[in-house]
Design a protein around this ligand. Structure first.
Ligand code: GTP
Ligand code: SPV
Ligand code: MN
Length: 595
């Protein structure tokens, strides 16, 4: 490993990197240090080792070439927000929505946990690049980990190895991301962020968002903090290009809370009626957004793979993802059939399930009422395998964003789509996002909670300051994107989703694009501009008249109740809350009361 001559030279010439690696190896008593260079040969070796160690189970080579199943510890299957800390010097800088630990206290606790933590284990040194090589957006991180599963995932999820070292050169400007599986003890699990030190330390979890430190820890929590300092945004957003029949591509970014539809939206397959439309997937989870010299907002996806939700993914809902995961993919906590194929809820279920195993490797009987796959089971797969992969993913400048949507999962209250009256109003719509919790985080699911801009678990600083930063960004943009709020999940009186969603979401995106271009039929409501059913040309959808009404209704009484809670939420930020957002709040109440 680390065979490329240029990588070796970089390491030799980078004392900051060498020192940190050596210090950590000594402290953790790692038995062996392995520097990863990201080559194919090295990847094959890692896989072989992981298979030997029982970390990966090879899948059927005909049905799933070069693909593997991983079963995690049953106590370690989702992000654990209660163990996630922002360790700023002042508590107020982390804000009321984050868990905070004083840096000294956090370092002291972590140092103890890391003392000898890698005894008898290999420590992998994983240089990774977030963003296209040579891009002004891009940043380098180095993850040290004793998990081979994490190392293999990082190879798919990031530009790992030589490309990162090349970008780094002899600079000491890299994010230090230290991870150990420790004992996987949930009582001593910590995912700590030290924005002022460019440092992340995670211990006692091997789960995705807790352990692949490039993702939520670096690309969102540390980067959002840095973005505020430097004047850009790091957001929990997918990025998609919609090409119309004339060949014009419009890029849309969209924030939806975890397991609420970003991945699906980023590669949707338009229905037959939309022949002539093409969808280009730039990213499914994270967007870094900067103001270009042209006064527009430009976005890159800093990642190189998808770490996507398995349940619900099928040829009916997301054919492009089904084609993406046909090879070179890892599956975590899904069910397995006797011929070593994978299965999860949402896929067709044959009559005979003899010999099937659930996500924990136990015999599975569909009649038991237990799920075969964990609700937060996931696949890890390279973005380049996506049939609608956008070559713009590699563009160092990124793509220009014309519209941004904030989406939520609400069975009631929030209409299918609303267009904000202005940037500030859109920031308010995003800030007031509430969504039902999902299996992506440990804890109860289906509970409505506030998730401003889908960033509640990922904003690395005080959210009052964050709203202020969003407002400032809008003022600096000559051509700000139009802002929208969406909700695919409203249900009817029978408790069924009204909106067909998935590929049909193209109808909503098309209306947004029409609005961007000065068209699209809309009516004004206190919440914002709402499309008419006619604007969707929706006669061919089997949605009843009554359901249409529900989908677009603005129940005034319920909203008047909701704004009281919103007011309390805004109040907790004290003087960190920008006055402009409070004005939006008051204006909304006035519209509700007078219209
Ligand atoms: P994270 O990776 O956790 O950030 O999630 P995500 O926002 O990328 O969510 P994803 O697209 O993976 O969707 C999560 C779940 O919602 C899956 O089970 C999907 O099948 C389901 N889903 C996605 N889009 C829609 C939609 O338009 N309608 C309905 N009803 N369900 C959807
Ligand atoms: C999410 O929970 O929003 C994810 C998965 O995208 S994780 O990487 O675990 O954060
Ligand atoms: Mn996510």
């Amino acid at each position: 490993m680390m065979e490329t001559a240029s990588s070796k030279t970089v390491v030799e010439k980078n004392p900051a990197l060498q020192q940190w690696v050596n210090e950590t190896a000594q402290r953790t008593k790692a038995q062996r240090i392995v520097w990863l260079d990201g080559s194919d040969e090295e990847y094959r070796q890692l896989i072989a080792e992981a298979v030997k160690a029982g970390q990966l189970i090879p899948l059927n080579p005909e049905k799933h070439p070069d693909s593997y199943l991983h079963r995690s510890d049953p106590n370690d299957v989702a992000r654990t927000e209660q163990n996630t800390f922002i360790c700023t010097l002042n508590k107020e800088d982390a804000g009321p929505t984050n868990n905070w630990l004083a840096p000294d206290e956090a370092y002291a606790t972590l140092n103890k946990l890391f003392e000898g933590a890698m005894r008898g284990r290999t420590m992998y040194v994983i240089p990774f690049l977030m963003g296209p090589p040579g891009s002004p957006f891009s940043r380098v991180g180095i993850q040290l980990t004793d998990s081979i599963y994490v190392a293999i995932n990082m190879r798919i999820m990031t530009r790992m190895g030589a490309a990162a070292l090349k970008q780094l050169g002899d600079s000491s400007n890299f994010v230090k991301a230290l991870h150990s599986l420790g004992t996987l003890d949930p009582k001593h699990r910590y995912i700590c962020h030290f924005p002022q030190d460019g440092m992340i330390i995670s211990v006692n979890s091997g789960y995705g968002g807790n352990a692949l430190l490039s993702k939520k820890c670096f690309a969102l929590r540390l980067s959002s903090w840095l973005g505020r300092k430097e004047g850009w945004l790091a957001e929990h957003m997918m990025i998609v290009g919609i090409e119309d029949p004339k060949g014009k591509v419009t890029y849309i970014a969209g924030a939806l809370p975890s397991a609420c539809g970003k991945t699906n939206l980023a590669m949707l397959q338009p229905p037959a009626k939309f022949n002539g439309y093409k969808v280009w997937c730039v990213g499914d989870d994270i967007a870094w957004l900067r103001i270009g010299r042209d006064g527009r907002l430009w976005a890159v996806n800093p990642e190189a793979g998808f770490f996507g939700v398995a349940p619900g993914t099928s040829m009916q809902t997301n054919p492009n993802m089904m084609k993406t995961i046909t090879r070179n993919s890892l599956f975590t906590n899904v069910g397995m059939t006797p011929d070593k194929s994978v299965w999860w809820e949402g896929l067709d279920l044959p009559a005979d399930t003899t010999g099937w195993l659930d996500w924990q490797g136990r015999p599975w009987d569909p009649k038991s009422g237990q799920k075969a796959a964990h609700p937060n089971s996931r696949f890890t797969t390279p973005i380049k395998q996506c049939p609608v992969y956008s070559p713009k993913w590699e563009d160092p400048e990124g793509v220009p964003i014309s519209a941004i949507l904030f989406g939520c999962r609400r069975s009631g209250l929030v209409p299918l789509v609303q267009e904000a009256f202005s940037w500030a109003h859109g920031v308010y719509l995003g800030a007031m996002l509430e969504s039902e919790t999902t299996a992506a985080a440990a804890g109860a699911t289906g509970v409505v909670r506030r998730d401003p801009m889908a960033m509640l678990p990922f904003c690395g600083y005080n959210m009052g300051d964050y709203f202020g930063h969003w407002l400032k960004m809008g003022k600096r943009l000559t051509y700000p994107p139009k802002l929208f709020r969406v909700n695919w999940f409203r249900v009817n009186s029978q408790g069924k989703f009204i909106w067909p969603g998935f590929g049909e979401n193209i109808r909503v995106l098309r209306w947004m694009i029409d609005r961007v271009n000065g068209g699209g039929e809309a009516v004004e409501t206190p919440l914002g501009n709402i499309p008419t059913a006619a604007a969707f040309g929706a006669e061919d959808l089997s949605v009843s008249k009554e359901d249409w009404q529900t989908l677009f209704s603005v129940p005034r009484g319920e909203w008047l109740e909701a704004v009281k809670e919103q007011g309390k939420f805004l109040d907790q930020f004290g003087d960190r809350m920008p006055a402009e957002l409070l004005q939006e709040h008051r204006a909304f109440i006035r519209r509700l009361a007078t219209e």
